[in-house]
Design a protein around this ligand. Structure first.
Ligand code: FE
Length: 155
């Protein structure tokens, strides 16, 4: 049973698609999402609650038309459950915090993990590395260059 859906962030486009996929166990059409052919350096977060899910360095080109990752950013950030829909036995991947549907994980990924986390772009939001440093207090470098008198200092 799903918890009440958290508010989805407003998106310039794709908001309805995000809801259909993340809260309705949908799958976007291959090669149509924002991230299957995207190579930015940063982190992919849950589109619903912002939990960090995948680092860009875990992303690989699977040729499937869906963004694919060899491993989540941390094992505890994703939840897995058996999905028997469509006559297949698959392992569904969800956001561990808000249970947004993210995609499925398969055992045909590259070494060393051998895993292919096959994700829907609609369930993810990408944040570039440079923006992470600006937005996350506590990140190394957050107050970099701003250490004059009267300014907060983190380190
Ligand atoms: Fe989430």
């Amino acid at each position: 049973m799903f918890a009440l859906p958290l508010a989805l962030p407003r998106q310039p486009s794709g908001g309805e698609k995000a809801f259909e996929v993340a809260r309705g166990q949908g799958t976007e059409q291959a090669f149509t999402g924002r991230y299957h052919d995207f190579h930015g350096d940063g982190v992919y977060r849950c589109i619903c609650c912002g939990t960090d899910l995948f680092l860009s360095r875990a992303k690989f080109d699977s040729g499937t038309g869906w963004p694919s990752f060899s491993a989540p950013i941390a094992r505890e950030n994703v939840a897995l459950r058996t999905d028997g829909s469509y006559g297949m036995e698959r392992t569904e991947v969800l956001c561990a915090r808000c249970e947004a549907h993210l995609g499925h994980v398969f055992d045909d990924g590259p070494p060393p993990s051998g895993k292919r986390y096959c994700m829907n772009s609609a369930s993810l939001g990408f944040v570039a590395r440079g923006d992470l440093l600006m937005r996350d207090p506590g990140s190394p470098g957050y107050y970099k260059g701003d250490q004059g008198p009267g300014h907060a200092r983190i380190r």
